[in-house]
Design a protein around this ligand. Structure first.
Ligand code: ZN
Length: 250
């Protein structure tokens, strides 16, 4: 279910079993926008039902934070205009040609185009992987895009954070809130690390052990310094304060 966080913002909490991220819903007087599409048609259908049960407005647009499957694979199922930064859009077009049989997935792990963690989670989310449908976005922007929803605005901007270089954040100035996507998180695709679905309990320790690239983090902090916010949400944990965000990066 979606939970009200600030005047215009609702968040549907992340679920770790198949790595579903937090989904943001920003509600204006004229339009509503989702930030993050979800990881599958099943995830999207669940959200559509919850929105109508909760009497919340159906979104007019869906924006995605970066190309990773858990944030973007639900995009087509919303059947509304989708928004992404150019790098994310281009990567999604590339991923739309990927095949999802065991061999193809295994090959991509070996070539480090993909990682074992995502492969295992995709297998869990999709009992039938022929259901996977990846698409590019309908609206593509280069640096920044501001959307006026009526009484509340969403400022999408490329953050180039440490997680993935296509990352786009969504700043909501009226609510002093920042959606980070995963942009503050570790880069799971850069250096090799080990994931074993049989020892899922080791996941957080393994990710903690991945080092941050200091130069990228410094640039990311300079980027964040421009924005005035009290609370923020990352992809896979509860909302937290700006102070906690800076502490975690340093
Ligand atoms: Zn990610």
């Amino acid at each position: 279910m979606f939970e009200k966080i600030t005047e215009h913002i609702y968040i549907r909490p992340c679920e770790s079993y198949t790595d579903r991220p937090n989904i943001g819903l920003i509600v204006g007087e004229k339009y509503s926008m989702l930030y993050e599409a979800g990881n599958s048609r099943f995830h999207v259908e669940l959200m559509k039902n919850e929105l109508s049960e909760q009497g919340l407005p159906f979104p007019d647009f869906v924006a995605v934070s970066h190309w990773h499957w858990d944030h973007s694979f639900g995009m087509d199922a919303w059947k509304i205009p989708s928004i992404a930064g150019r790098k994310t859009h281009e990567k999604l077009i590339e991923v739309s040609d990927w095949e999802w049989d065991d061999d193809s997935m295994e090959k991509r792990i070996k070539s480090r185009e993909d990682i074992a963690f995502c492969s295992e989670m995709i297998k869990r989310e999709y009992p039938d992987r022929s259901e996977i449908k990846v698409v590019g976005a309908d609206i593509v922007f280069d640096d920044k895009l501001t959307i006026d929803l009526g009484g509340v605005t969403c400022e999408l901007a490329h953050s180039k954070g440490p997680h993935s270089d296509d990352s786009v954040v969504c700043y909501v100035p009226e609510d002093r809130f920042m959606f980070l996507g995963d942009s503050n998180c570790k880069d799971l695709y850069g250096k090799p690390w080990h994931f074993d679905i049989e020892h899922e309990e080791d996941f957080l320790d393994s990710v903690d052990a991945i080092p941050y690239d200091k130069d990228i983090v410094d640039k990311f902090i300079t980027f964040l310094d421009r924005y005035d916010f009290d609370l923020c949400a990352s992809g896979h944990r509860e909302p937290f304060s700006k102070k906690e965000l800076y502490e975690s990066l340093r």
